[in-house]
Design a protein around this ligand. Structure first.
Ligand code: MG
Length: 472
């Protein structure tokens, strides 16, 4: 038989081009979508009967739905610092016994010596964007571009701030303005919209802010489709005052709050579609969660923690446990995960995924979730410290949670109660924290005391960045 050399050559070309020369694996793109004051029970996939979130529900079905995932704190500023640095905010000085969050007259912000997820990812050439609410210092030296982000577009603090003095006088104060939905007018909240380091609009048009944040995210994906990217999309809503675009208004039978959540969900659908259109859906991890629980002081204008107790500002489960979804088709092991996770874990997880060393000069409160996300293994995290301001209020260890101190919700401020002996709940049996079982499990409390002693021995409290305001 005659040997056909051209056939052999073609075969070799095909063999080397298709089989034995693997394409260099592209790092996964990373998107974190962070809602503001969203309750554990506010998505249809987490049980809400009249809010429809089909895009998030689809992502939960295709990816992992986490039922025991926590924010790093129960209010905005410390929670955001915790997510971006992988550290309890008490360590970075981003929690305080004097003020719970930063205000438009605050002097400080996230210290430059803190390392953010964006800075970690920049080390391996990710392009990074922060779109939305920052709330880690609005002065230029503290804005996202000075913390590892290549692009910023957003309102730098909460959307209920910068109320004109004349309106406060006329209505009788902050609460009188914000509790009446009739005051939800753009001009009543003179918050700035910032692009990179420049103010481009004031007051920010909040009617379409949710839509604009989604559009900006889509545009960033399309512009940077050839590079690995990290997008931190932090919506200003559903924090009060509630705003939705004309297209979204009246769509939900839950009312305005439902319209807001459904508009956020619709934007997420557009972001997922953009990933599909650009062929990036098989190479992107999207995480959805929230900064703290629902602001129950606002009744119907606030959300619902579902079966959990309490809301924003408290260390009850409703204040810090968040409806959370991880989505990365073809990469993530789909399922419902009831192991413990925290927004602080994203720092270690992303760092590990990107192959960047974890800095060794500081203490982290961050665990690598990647074995659980991608290999179906058990979580490393088995405990969680719940701080309110700079005081340790509660500890979760495995199934159990002890409360040493409790206090009411943000804006309601029920009396501070010290519990000695602590209240103890089995959160897997009793997620609503109804039945104190301290008497039955003295050994659990002893083991918790030991864990706390070790934790507190190593604690170095960061210099308070929140205390200084106005003429202070
Ligand atoms: Mg919040």
């Amino acid at each position: 038989m005659r040997f056909d050399i051209s056939f052999l050559f073609l075969g070799l070309v095909l063999f080397f081009s298709c089989e034995s020369v693997p394409e260099k694996t592209k790092p996964l793109n990373l998107i974190v979508i962070f809602a503001d004051d969203l309750g554990y029970g506010d998505l249809s996939s987490f049980g809400h009967p009249t809010i429809q979130t089909p895009n998030l529900d689809q992502m939960a079905a295709e990816g992992q739905k986490w039922t025991n995932f926590y924010a790093g704190a129960s209010v905005c500023t410390p929670s955001r610092a915790a997510l971006l640095t992988g550290r309890l905010p008490i360590r970075s000085g981003m929690s305080s016994d004097k003020h719970r969050v930063l205000f438009p007259d605050s002097h400080n912000g996230l210290p430059s010596k803190e390392i953010t997820i964006a800075e970690q990812l920049k080390k391996v050439n990710y392009i990074t964007a922060c779109i939305g609410k920052w709330h880690l210092g609005h002065k230029e030296e503290y804005l996202p571009l000075q913390h590892g982000f290549d692009y910023y577009f957003g309102i730098p603090y909460s959307n209920d701030m910068d109320i004109p003095e004349s309106l406060l006088q006329e209505k009788g104060g902050y609460w009188e303005v914000v509790t009446d939905p009739k005051n939800n007018l753009i001009e009543n909240f003179q918050v700035p919209l910032i692009q990179n380091n420049t103010e481009i609009e004031r007051p920010a048009n909040q009617n379409n802010i949710t839509k604009r944040y989604a559009d900006q995210t889509v545009e960033f994906i399309k512009t940077n489709k050839d590079k690995p990217f990290f997008i931190y999309l932090a919506h200003n809503l559903p924090h009060i005052p509630l705003f939705a675009s004309k297209e979204a208004l009246g769509k939900s039978s839950r009312g305005l709050y439902g319209d807001v959540i459904q508009e956020i969900d619709q934007g997420i659908g557009e972001i997922i579609q953009a990933l599909k259109d650009e062929g990036l859906d098989q190479n992107t991890l999207v995480v959805f969660t929230s900064d703290n629980g629902p602001w129950t002081a606002f009744n119907e204008q606030g959300g619902s923690a579902g079966l959990l107790k309490g809301g924003k500002g408290t260390t009850w489960e409703g204040g810090m446990r968040e409806p959370t979804v991880f989505w990365a088709p073809g990469k993530i092991t789909p399922g419902i995960v009831d192991q413990i996770g925290s927004t602080m874990d994203l720092f270690h997880t992303f760092t590990k995924m990107a192959g960047v060393p974890l800095p060794e000069d500081r203490i982290f409160d961050s665990f690598d979730l990647s074995p659980l996300l991608f290999e179906g293994k058990k979580a490393e995290r088995n405990h969680l410290f719940y701080y309110r301001e700079n005081e340790l209020y509660a500890l979760r260890m495995g199934d159990f949670k002890a409360h040493f101190i409790t206090k009411g919700e943000y804006g309601l401020y029920g009396g501070k109660e010290i519990h000695n002996p602590p209240l103890l709940y089995n959160l897997n049996h009793d997620p609503a924290e109804q039945y104190n079982v301290a008497n039955q499990f003295p050994d659990v409390l002893t083991a918790m005391e030991k864990l706390i002693t070790g934790h507190q021995e190593k604690m170095r409290v960061g210099e308070d960045q929140l205390k200084s305001r106005g003429s202070d």
